[in-house]
Design a protein around this ligand. Structure first.
Ligand code: PMP
Length: 416
């Protein structure tokens, strides 16, 4: 080895011989690299995934935080316990009960583990269940951060196809069989059944039961990730999987989309038997979730009209979704298709046959519009023909302008 420091300014990695094997699974997310360019002011970015925090009652939250420090500062700024603030875990149970995950379904504050957003919850699940070479079944496409967590654990993600009604049960059965036939062990199904990221689709009522039955028969755990279920545009989302089955289903959610992503508070509702292992794993990782953020969320839930605020977010996003769907319909060339989400943050679009979203990206940036190429949402390098478009952050006029620019790029590309 030539040295320990990179002070030479070389991009060669001097530490290659020292890394643990699992570092091989840690590759840079394409999305992160993209954000630097996409965030330039002249670019209309449909690439993000950010909630619209300007819609929060910021003055009232400021007052709330001030009172919190004045009245409870000494506790709130202290260490907490690994499992998370007890009163917050009770409130989390109230939040879940609104979606049908209630005491009758075995949900208890005792089985909730508070995490640093949904992302740490995914990492904990990976730590607890994945050995190198284990297979995870997941929708294709799926959440890029989940791919990162599973790949860091050196697991192999096998994608299961979706359509407009979400995961296809027959494809799930097929994937379970193929994995077993290859002599591998599938540990769990990772699924985002409601307003999926990135596809924007929702698993239908009927399929929810089928998917649960298939996993139960195969002895496959279900990791249900539900950050978006409360962001419904008009209709009511189907009940979560965990509201239908208590055994074998882990429920992960977060306040990132319903309150504020910057607070970094999420949770896992785990089967009781697993709870202690989760707490031990989280303590080894972070000691305890941020106490101040937990106090902030707990106080917000206790004193602010949080259900109304979720409706405010959903109303705003549904108007922006409409702007996106209308402009796509008005402006996109024939051969292009896209999903029509009933909630959440994203539209998933499919380019005309033979086109490559990643190759097109420099031309899109030159035309001052950004999207996320579909390849980032697959572990196996597929997805070239797809793009993810975000409608939660840009205002409606920006969305229309972005779609207009993008349609121009696609038309040029088709003429090439
Ligand atoms: N799961 C999914 C499906 C997500 O889309 C996200 C965030 N975009 C997360 C988990 C992580 O959420 P958090 O910001 O709470 O870490």
């Amino acid at each position: 080895m030539s040295g320990w420091s990179d002070s030479s300014g070389t991009t060669l990695d001097d530490y290659t011989g020292v890394y643990a094997q699992r570092v091989a699974g840690m590759t840079a997310s394409e999305i992160r690299a993209l954000f630097a360019v996409a965030n330039r002011p002249e670019v209309v970015s449909l690439a993000g995934g950010a909630p619209y925090t300007s819609a929060l009652p910021l003055d009232a939250i400021g007052e709330m935080l001030r009172d919190l420090i004045v009245n409870q500062g000494a506790q709130a700024l202290q260490y907490g316990i690994g499992q998370g603030l007890p009163e917050l875990r009770e409130q989390i149970c109230e939040v879940m009960a609104d979606s049908g995950i209630d005491a009758a379904m075995g949900a208890s504050p005792d089985d909730v583990v508070v995490t640093i957003g949904g992302q740490q919850a995914l990492d904990l699940v990976a730590r607890l269940f994945l050995d190198p070479g284990d297979v995870v079944l997941a929708e294709g496409p799926t959440y890029v951060g989940a791919l990162g967590a599973f790949q860091a654990a050196q697991a192999r993600v096998v994608h299961v196809a979706m359509d407009d009604d979400g995961l296809i049960p027959a494809a799930l059965e097929e994937a379970i069989k193929a994995t077993a036939a290859a002599g591998r062990r599938a540990k769990f199904l990772y699924t985002i059944p409601t307003y999926q990221n990135p596809a924007g689709v929702t698993l239908s009522e009927e399929r929810r039961e089928q998917v649960l039955d298939i996993c139960e028969r195969a002895g496959l755990l279900v990791i249900e990730d539900d950050p978006y279920g409360k962001l419904s545009f008009g209709g009511q989302a189907p009940r979560p999987l965990r509201a239908r089955r208590r055994d074998g289903v882990f429920y992960l959610s977060t306040f990132s989309k319903t309150i504020a992503a910057g607070l970094r508070v999420g949770w896992i509702l785990a089967p009781h038997a697993v709870r202690d292992k989760l707490v031990i794993a989280t303590e080894a990782q972070i000691l305890c979730p941020p106490h101040f953020s937990q106090y902030a969320v707990s106080t917000y839930l206790a004193t602010m009209p949080w259900r109304e605020q979720i409706k405010t977010f959903a109303q705003l996003y549904s108007e922006r979704r409409d702007a996106m769907l209308e402009s796509l319909a008005d402006l996109m060339p024939a051969g292009m298709t896209w999903t029509k989400p009933d909630g959440g943050l994203f539209v998933w679009a499919t380019l005309p046959e033979g086109m490559d979203a990643k190759a097109m990206m420099p031309r899109a940036i030159a035309a001052r519009v950004a999207y996320v190429p579909g390849t980032g949402f697959y572990a196996d390098g597929t997805g070239q023909q797809h793009i993810r478009l975000n409608f939660s952050f840009p205002p409606a006029e920006r969305i229309r302008e972005g779609v207009r620019r993008l349609a121009g790029v696609i038309e040029q590309e088709m003429a090439m």
